[in-house]
Design a binder for this molecule. Structure first.
Ligand code: PMP
Ligand code: GLU
Length: 399
């Protein structure tokens, strides 16, 4: 019954880990989840109030497919204010989350067999979305020793006549890397020389703790003309459930993506769009408060992970993930309900931590690195401490 493409589709493992932890909790199992890549804060009151006000005004109908003019104008103002980028509202498309923005882009640009360069480790949805439309994802390794910075030489070596685009994500999910300006400049030159579209996923921009977030589109008109800048309200404003993401870029591409969206979802929720206007255009104080909190937790979890025997975690510079190298645990054995298991990869480590420590993490294999597991620290200090203590106790029982 199902299409061929479903034979290779891997469902989102980040969402799956989150769902599994929730289901276990509903059954009364006390699981601590480091799976969810979503802020634990509530959406700020001023944003909720704007949505309620919009509903009362009757903003409950279809809107322009690409988003209400007020929101597209707010996106342009945000890109100018935070990134020094000039766009007009016709260069902007608002979608049902940045994940939807990215899928519109994949549908709009990829022919079967077209290749997309994806620096690895990568967020789980990039390769799957490319594959869904017949594209080929080409993972290009970054090095742990450089803090997983972009590797322009390896990227250049991976370009073929079929390469269509390169997907950049800084701050990075899962590694927490903030790409250096030097590497971004080299990749900008490569994109121009090799005639590539640059997809710059800047969803974690607000969560930059060290270094400075620079949009590759700001490095010059040549690269800007071939870059699609993508961002979301999900992370900076704790609005994951509202589903508002957006893109700005070359007008012909934005128009094509808008046409795709017009046949698939039409506009994103009208009420959520009004909330997003307030999020982007209103006072940004809560963002700073949340960022300071995440920054504190970052040190708490990374220091704790590095105290675990067999675990090493480089300090992430952005986003809210710790990408811990657990290869020091490989070869050790655990005695569990299903007998003795020898830990051989990140899937084993994640399964072991869930069973023996009741701690949920996402296996690195899904992000392209079997030596790691990802922990989201968008959770409370108390849960971080308790989770670390449980992992410590479980690891001590390994032989
Ligand atoms: N890009 C990255 C790197 C992400 O981690 C996520 C997940 N939140 C998204 C895009 C999509 O976010 P959303 O669809 O909630 O806007
Ligand atoms: N992006 C978040 C994560 O990586 C949320 C889940 C998802 O959309 O994949 O955990």
């Amino acid at each position: 019954m199902l299409a061929e493409r479903l034979k290779t589709l891997a469902p989102s493992s980040t969402l799956a880990v989150q769902a599994k932890a929730k289901a276990l909790r509903a059954r009364g199992v006390d699981v601590i989840s480091f799976g969810a890549g979503e802020p634990d804060f509530d959406t700020p009151e001023r944003i909720k109030a704007a949505a309620i006000e919009a509903m009362r005004r009757g903003e409950t109908k279809y809107t322009e497919v690409a988003g209400i003019p007020e929101l597209r104008a707010a996106v342009c103002a945000k890109l100018k204010r935070d990134n020094g980028l000039e766009y007009e509202p016709d260069d902007v498309l608002v979608s049902c989350g940045a994940k939807h923005t990215l899928f519109n882009m994949a549908v709009a640009i990829l022919n079967p067999g077209d290749e997309v360069l994806i620096p690895s480790p990568y967020w789980v949805s990039y390769p799957e979305q490319a594959r869904l439309v017949g594209g080929v994802s080409v993972g290009v390794l970054t090095r742990e020793g450089t803090g997983f910075d972009l590797d322009p030489e390896r990227l250049a070596a991976a370009v073929t006549p079929r390469t269509k685009a390169i997907v950049l994500n800084s701050p990075n999910n899962p590694t927490g890397a903030v790409f250096s300006v030097e590497a971004l400049e080299a990749v900008a030159r490569l994109a121009v020389e090799a005639d590539l579209l640059v997809v710059s996923d800047e969803c974690y921009e607000a969560l930059t703790f060290e270094g400075r977030h620079v949009s590759i589109a700001a490095l010059g008109p040549d690269v800007k003309a071939r870059t699609l800048v993508i961002n979301t309200c999900s992370k900076a404003y704790a609005m994951t459930g509202w589903r508002i993401g957006y893109a700005a870029g070359p007008r012909a591409l934005i128009r094509a993506m808008t046409d795709v969206q017009s046949q698939v979802t039409s506009n994103p929720s009208s009420v959520a769009q009004w909330a997003a206007v307030e999020a982007l255009a209103g006072p940004q104080d809560e963002v700073r408060t949340m960022v300071a909190e995440f920054d504190r937790r970052r040190h708490l979890i990374v220091d704790g992970l590095n105290r675990l025997d067999g675990v090493a975690c480089a300090r992430p510079r952005g986003a809210f993930y710790a990408f811990a190298n657990v290869s020091g645990l490989f070869g050790r054995s655990s005695a569990g309900a299903a007998g003795t298991t020898r830990l051989g990869g990140s899937l084993d480590v994640a399964a072991f931590l869930l069973e023996a420590a009741r701690v949920a993490v996402v296996p690195g294999l899904d992000f392209g690195s079997d030596a790691h597991v990802r922990l989201s620290y968008a959770t409370s200090d108390a849960l971080i401490r308790e989770g670390l203590a449980r992992m410590d106790a479980a690891i001590r029982q390994l032989r």
